[in-house]
Design a protein around this ligand. Structure first.
Ligand SMILES: NC(=O)C1=CN([C@@H]2O[C@H](COP(=O)(O)OP(=O)(O)OC[C@H]3O[C@@H](n4cnc5c(N)ncnc54)[C@H](OP(=O)(O)O)[C@@H]3O)[C@@H](O)[C@H]2O)C=CC1
Ligand SMILES: O=C(CO)COP(=O)(O)O
Length: 348
């Protein structure tokens, strides 16, 4: 038996361990919205050389002159050292790692435009959470067609841009088909307050990130309609069962979605109005206007996720109901009545 003194010394030693690299690289971030700016801030805090491509000159000037991106991250002071530019060529030149933070539905076009300038030896980390509406493809499938020579990875997990930009503690998962590549990216991208886990289950991680947005819309709609916290918990729990089924059907591993990209992100986005998807759902449930709201990726992912489930015969009534709700084929009350009146069955 160890003495309590030995136990506490061992525990303290474990807490004092530091990440294993001091390597400082050029990181190129593509996309000057909330997430691109937050990831650039995180990388700058780790001491990397950070170049950020945004197409909006106002955002570029705000970042370079004021260390701010007031349009997307109002009131947040960014660290110094992010070099923003509207010139993707200079941003990508000599980059060792590329973080692609365009919205999912524009990833194909936006990355396609800059693809000739992406160094072939730089891994491309996809940071969007969504499934392409027009094709049902995951981001990694799209981008491996555009950049066939590059290592493709995905970064996902519970991480509000405002929290990451402020340097608040956050943990995410980085996935790549080759575990060694995911391990290396996790080491490079982990920072003082940003902890990256790694996995080779790219599909599981991408599905977790994409579908949590759809479920956040549903959870928000339930709360917006005044259905209460118990209904919200039931929707999220049963929605998670659907998410796991879909991940498995598409080739992901069930344990992956029980991690940060899946369960972790559901915990964050299905209960916090800070989530754009959840707050979009709340507005929908409350019958408020949906015009001019910030990006809610689940709105585009829901119909294609529903189509995938129907065409592959995957039992996913909540995801299908969210899609029908968004298309105004169902009201919240009709959706809930339909879900409650399905045939009773064993829970598992
Ligand atoms: N915000 C968050 O907390 C998190 C977001 N994500 C994911 O990151 C992705 C991006 O989200 P987020 O940054 O928040 O979205 P925002 O709406 O904040 O920003 C989107 C950015 O993409 C730019 N953009 C859109 N289309 C193009 C294009 N064709 N070419 C160049 N730039 C383009 C926009 O430029 P412009 O301003 O000129 O329109 C804007 O800078 C989403 O998939 C989201 O789910 C993931 C984790 C956290
Ligand atoms: O993905 C996110 C947090 O992990 C951000 O969620 P929203 O896009 O719903 O704001």
């Amino acid at each position: 038996m160890m003495s309590s003194q030995q136990v506490s010394e061992k525990c303290e030693a474990a807490f004092r361990q530091k990440p294993t690299t001091n390597e400082k690289l050029k990181i190129a971030v593509l996309g000057g919205g909330a997430w691109g700016t937050a990831l650039a801030s995180m990388a700058a805090r780790s001491g990397h050389r950070v170049a950020l491509y945004a197409r909006d000159v106002t955002a570029v000037d705000d970042i370079n002159r004021n260390n701010r991106n007031e349009r997307y991250l109002p009131g947040i002071a960014l660290p110094a050292g992010i070099e923003a530019s509207t010139d993707a060529v200079s941003v990508l030149k000599d980059a060792a790692v590329i973080l692609a933070a365009f919205p999912a539905q524009t990833m194909r076009d936006a990355l396609g435009v800059v693809a000739p300038h992406v160094p072939v030896n730089a891994p491309v980390v996809l940071c969007a959470k969504g499934i392409e509406r027009a094709t049902g493809r995951l981001m990694s499938e799209i981008v491996s067609g555009i950049l066939p020579g590059n290592e493709i990875a995905a970064l996902s997990g519970p991480s509000f841009a405002a929290d990451v930009a402020r340097g608040l503690p956050t943990a995410v998962t980085i996935a790549a088909a080759r575990q060694e590549a995911a391990d290396r990216l996790a080491i490079v991208l982990s920072g003082p307050a940003f902890r990256c886990y790694s996995t080779d289950d790219l599909i599981g991680v991408e599905i977790g990130g994409a579908l949590k947005n759809v479920l956040a819309l549903g959870a928000g709609a339930a709360i917006g309609r005044g259905l209460g916290a118990s209904a919200q918990a039931a929707l999220v729990t049963r929605g998670f069962v659907e998410l796991r089924r879909i991940a498995e059907a598409m080739g992901g591993r069930p344990e992956t979605v029980m991690g940060l990209s899946g369960l972790g992100d559901l915990m964050l986005t299905c209960s916090s109005p800070q989530s754009r998807n959840y707050s979009y759902g709340m507005a929908l449930g409350a019958g408020e206007s949906l015009e001019g709201r910030p990006l809610a990726e689940g709105v585009a992912t829901a119909p294609i996720a529903a189509e995938i489930c129907v065409s592959r015969n995957i039992d996913a009534p909540i995801i299908i109901a969210v899609s029908a709700l968004l298309a105004r084929h169902l009201t919240v009350d009709e959706a809930v009545e339909g879900l409650l009146n399905r045939p009773l069955k064993n829970e598992f």
